[in-house]
Design a protein around this ligand. Structure first.
Ligand SMILES: *Cc1c(COP(=O)(O)O)cnc(C)c1O
Length: 412
């Protein structure tokens, strides 16, 4: 069955475009750190020895527009956006801060920032900090951990005092997809701006920024975009808002005519004004490689395979794991789910440890008691999913996890 699905998989060959040094390892964490594209080490080596080593400062000629040009590649292939609406810069967290602050400034007099209690922690922290610094109210909607954000709950939390509405497009725990179009319309009805976190959707599902009328977005490049650990993030600002918004960190990469070295800050036109300082050039080389592979595969094909892989995973879980005390902690309907699935189990933490250390399967543990399985469609086969669930079933049947401590280390 898994073999038949793999034979019919139009993306099967993409696995060979990545370095897969350990064929026994089943990697189900491509949604946390994407695999290494096979071309990336060579591109990085060239950038280091030729562009840096030989070219020295002259290489800035090639580097100065990387943030915008990779942004345009993301706009063309990863999210629904036009050239000049996306740039690569900083981290997701810093970009969230920049765009949220700019949005709040653009709605003076309004006192509320709206988010939900299932948002990724860094998002919540940034909003808490902004609310504290500005004396604003952070209004937090309760969201079902397994089923995701309900547009009706958003609507009832909205009023004319709301300046900014910000949610994750795909929930990091459950994989639930938020209804970007409906929520954006509701926010606009009361005059609020929207800021979407695309970290778990960019590179795995279509991101309807243009058709939903979304205002702002940020996203991660080291997950589905395979840019490498700590690779810089991207941000999106809808074209007609760009001149109206002013981000709070005034740096020289966001300055008009940067090398005129003027004494007074004057924000550059377009999306460039959302840049800050010198970019992480080497990391951006990795981002470009990852984005190009995603572009070649195509979001439509990646989405189709993501749905099929997670449907297959849930089918096996229903048959093998539910009888062992697991419960599905993600939407069952694949239309409402991104490319990862969470399973609830009271012993999820110890099962996760045993799975990694003894069974050569790498999932994630997510609080409070979930095992998160992310079969990234670019690099995961149906046979991987079968193997992972078969090993998981054997592990729990043998109670091998009971030998592991219940205490958690710093990184989970
Ligand atoms: C991974 C992730 C981030 C990461 O932010 P960093 O600044 O790169 O640490 C932010 N938000 C969400 C929703 C994520 O999934």
């Amino acid at each position: 069955m898994a073999e038949d699905l793999d034979r019919a998989d139009p993306l099967a060959a993409f696995r060979d475009r990545f370095l897969v040094p350990d064929s026994d390892l089943v990697y189900l964490d491509g949604n946390s750190l994407g695999r290494l594209p096979a071309a990336t080490p060579g591109r990085l080596a060239e950038a280091v020895t030729e562009q840096w080593g030989r070219g020295l400062i002259r290489s800035w000629e090639h580097w100065i527009e990387l943030a915008q040009s990779i942004g345009d590649e993301i706009a063309a292939a990863v999210v629904e956006a036009d050239p000049g609406e996306v740039v690569v810069s900083d981290s997701t967290t810093v970009n969230l801060y920049k765009l949220a602050a700019a949005a709040l400034d653009a709605r003076p007099g309004r006192r509320v920032l709206l988010t939900d209690d299932d948002n990724f922690p860094t998002d919540s922290y940034v909003f808490q900090g902004l609310a504290a610094a500005r004396g604003l109210e952070l209004r937090v909607i309760e969201t079902d951990l397994d089923d995701g954000l309900a547009p009706a709950a958003v609507r009832s939390a909205l009023d004319e005092d709301v300046a900014l509405v910000s949610f994750s497009h795909v929930a990091y725990r459950s994989g639930a997809i938020a209804d970007m179009a409906t929520i954006t319309r509701q926010a606009h009805d009361v005059g609020a701006l929207t800021l979407w976190d695309l970290s778990h959707s960019g590179g795995s599902i279509p991101v309807p920024l243009r058709s939903s009328g979304a205002d702002l977005a940020v996203g991660c490049t080291y997950k589905y975009l395979c840019g490498g650990p700590g690779a810089p993030a991207f941000l999106y600002v809808r074209r007609d808002l760009q001149e109206e918004l002013q981000q709070p960190i005034w740096g020289w990469f966001g300055q008009r005519d940067q090398f005129a070295m003027a004494g007074q800050y004057d924000a550059a036109p377009g999306v460039t004004r959302f840049l800050v300082g010198t970019p992480a050039v080497l990391s951006m080389i990795g981002v470009r490689e990852g984005v190009r592979i995603v572009a070649e595969a195509g979001i439509g094909a990646l989405r189709a395979k993501g749905q099929a892989l997670t449907e297959y995973l849930i089918e096996l879980a229903d048959e093998w794991l539910i009888p062992l005390g697991f419960r599905l902690a993600s939407p069952r309907d694949s239309e409402r789910r991104g490319s990862h699935v969470s399973l609830h189990h009271p012993e999820a933490w110890r099962i996760c440890r045993a799975l990694i250390e003894r069974y050569d399967v790498v999932p994630d543990f997510r609080t409070p008691d979930r095992l998160r399985l992310g079969p990234a469609p670019l690099t995961t086969s149906y046979a991987d999913v079968w193997d992972a669930l078969d090993r998981l079933r054997r592990l729990v049947e043998s109670r091998a996890h009971e030998a592991y401590p219940t205490q958690r280390p710093r990184v989970t």
